[in-house]
Design a protein around this ligand. Sequence first.
Ligand SMILES: *Cc1c(COP(=O)(O)O)cnc(C)c1O
Ligand SMILES: [Zn+2]
Length: 422
Amino acid sequence: MGKFLGYCCSICQTEYGPDEVTYTCPKDGGNLDVVLDYESIRKQISPEALAESSDNSIWRYLPLIPVDDPGHLGTPLRAVGWTPLFTPTRLAQHLGLHHLWLKDDGRNPTASFKDRASAVVIARAQMIGARVVVTASTGNAGAALAGMAAAAGMPAVILAPKTAPQAKVAQLLIFGAQVFLVDGTYDQAFDLTLEAAEAFSWYCRNTGYNPFTAEGKKTAAFEICEQYTYAVGVVGEPPLHWETPDTVFVSVGDGNIISSLHKGFKDLLSLGWIDNIPKLFGIQSEGSAAIYNAFINGTEEIVPVKADTIADSISVDLPRDGLRALRAATQTNGAYLSVSDESILKAMQDLAREAAVFAEPAGATAYAGLVKAVADGLVGSEERILVLNTGNGLKDVQAAMKAAGEATVIGPTLEALKRVLR
Ligand SMILES: *Cc1c(COP(=O)(O)O)cnc(C)c1O
Ligand SMILES: [Zn+2]
């Protein structure tokens, strides 16, 4: 545990020791970045050693994650991450791109990117002796916490807005979490969990609040670099050094995923394992575009919106990690784009039909952003681009039916089949 030095506030830069704070900066409520001891980490792990690792999960990077080994071998907690990196050649051709990769985080144990955060939060909960974990969630964070808590045998309490898609609520319930549907918005559910965590001494996982979510989610940046390096083919010697794509596209709601990717790349840069950080493109839905608005207006002041989009996982009035999310784009020469619900549904279709990846609306939003970036001339045909799908399409079957249309009913005869095939 020598690796964990403490925290640094993303707003006022005040530093705190590992036991001084739990969630956010006591002075200004700013999100805390975990500070790591790169000297000590460098002694424990290297790209060469990783090339030999047989742990195909986020835990291959344990020396870079500020928790102890969580145990629970042989459970889905140990199967989070190391999701596949695909080369979707037909999609690339349609877009006129020569180098395109698609990383599918819908293939996590509970079928979304959120497992990365929840697994690490459970590990942290065990370390501080927490007995119950709680989170507010539009669905995926809750499902991930419920699933990882089930793996660890720890009770979980989930507060979701009443409007959460049914498949996601079913997932919360089947993992045995105590589920409460709040007759209000996600933001109201968020505030309620903070109060409840305080009142009942529960450990709160909330996104853009608990600093350990980012320490889990950043593992996607590690995987992007490591898998990309193997994909572009460093033959022979194990890599001493990792390659990076030029540009990464990711969907943004609260902004914790994009800011965590940024943190992960910064970790690797500090370790000297990569030479530069990819440009980060954050994609928001037009109906939930608070960070995009700030980016366009050239300000760090993020004004809440009244969110309304089919992409429920990124439907957020007030982004809880907005500042860091904004900087993830501005500090990497990336950008924010916003896309319509219609283009998100089209992206779901294209991803499934041309790349065989079934994404939920919020996951497909990243690809819809790439389509827009190509149309607007924001990316070049030789640029090495990686798109991250963050959630599986089975999470929201209603949206999938909207994207795909209805099936035709026929009589049980060849004649009937012939008629409709015509
Ligand atoms: C949570 C989530 C996002 C957005 O992550 P933020 O940290 O809120 O920006 C995107 N896609 C899916 C599927 C998600 O569950
Ligand atoms: Zn502060």
